[in-house]
Design a protein. Structure first.
Length: 325
């Protein structure tokens, strides 16, 4: 089969990723083999490819070189083969979810990380959902605990996670203020945001508004600035965070939030998303009800995965970048 492969870690996708012919994966009895129709790129794709920050290597991705030769994870496709111990799926089922090595014609996946594809989405649209959609759902529902009538601020609203978070928070009945750059204001308005802030022209902590929940997605603002925009008992959820640090890479801000939270009235924290089929099903139901729609920025063919990751790294994306296979 055709697959993207990498032999070593590296931060530059053009230097480490290449298209090759490799053997089709074999599956264990508790896995399924998916014929991949589409995959998607997210910030985690780059971290797995680059092996940065370094703790990601100790989390099971390989210390000196990548354990998996293909950094793709999110996928949508058709079940090709099911393992002997798998129930709930059969060959021919259209699915979406998280697998291993999804930048390829075939990928293996665990059934507890798959769900049936939303009926109203094409494969390319469905592939945009799994990683970013799950993260957004858990940020809004489980950690932000967003309820109807609350005021919610979403920093980084135009990205993959942010574009889902805006819609999910609106589905919860919240009043949503979205923060993004000038060129992306129209997108977040179209997603349903009640208010938009252009961070190049306005400060979110200018004292003009206080929010019950702030979702800071991939940002780098100081905790003191974020706390200044929260109500006295508000909740801050830091979803990622990007710096150039090779050891912490932005995690230090999350650690400080956890350490400070017990000593203040506000709830400050972060989380690592749990990849599971139940939440994929919950997102599918939101999509099929018309409350959530994937925002697709651009689509690339399999042989241009490096270019797709480069486009994401350059910060020009509005929504998700999809790979068609």
């Amino acid at each position: 089969m055709k697959s993207i492969v990498q032999d070593r870690y590296g931060p530059t996708p053009e230097d480490v990723l290449r298209l090759a012919e490799i053997d089709t994966p074999t599956i264990r009895s508790d896995e399924v083999l998916v014929r991949v129709h589409a995959a998607s790129v997210d910030r985690g794709t780059w971290h797995v490819m680059a092996g940065l920050p370094y703790p990601i290597r100790m989390a099971g991705f390989g210390l000196r070189r990548p354990r998996s030769a293909n950094p793709g994870r999110a996928l949508a496709g058709t079940v090709h083969i099911v393992g002997a111990g798998v129930t709930g799926f059969k060959p021919g089922d259209e699915v979406f979810g998280i697998g291993s090595g999804s930048f390829a014609e075939y990928a293996h996946a665990r059934p507890d990380k798959l769900s049936l594809k939303p009926e109203n989405l094409a494969f390319g649209e469905a592939a945009a959902v799994p990683v970013s959609g799950i993260t957004a759902l858990q940020a809004v529902r489980d950690h932000g605990r967003v309820r109807a009538g609350q005021k919610v601020l979403i920093v980084g609203a135009s990205g993959g996670v942010g574009s889902f978070a805006v819609q999910i928070a609106k589905a919860c009945g919240a009043e949503v203020t979205a923060v993004c750059s000038t060129s992306k204001l129209d997108l977040v308005r179209a997603l349903g945001a009640d208010h938009v802030i252009d961070y190049t022209r306005a400060d979110i902590a200018d004292g003009q508004g206080r929010y019950d929940v702030i979702l800071d997605i991939g940002g780098n603002r100081r905790l003191s600035r974020l706390r200044g925009a929260l109500t006295p008992t508000g909740r801050l959820v830091i979803v990622g965070g990007e710096t150039d640090g090779r050891w912490l890479g932005g995690i230090d801000r999350q650690l400080r939030a956890h350490a400070l939270s017990p000593f203040v009235g506000q709830n400050l924290g972060t989380f690592v998303a749990s990849e599971n089929s139940a939440d994929l099903t919950a997102i599918r139901e939101l999509i099929e009800s018309g409350k959530v729609t994937p925002a697709i920025d651009r689509t690339y063919p399999l042989n241009e995965v490096a270019a797709a990751i480069r486009h994401m790294l350059d910060g020009r994306t509005c929504g998700k970048v999809v790979i068609t296979i």
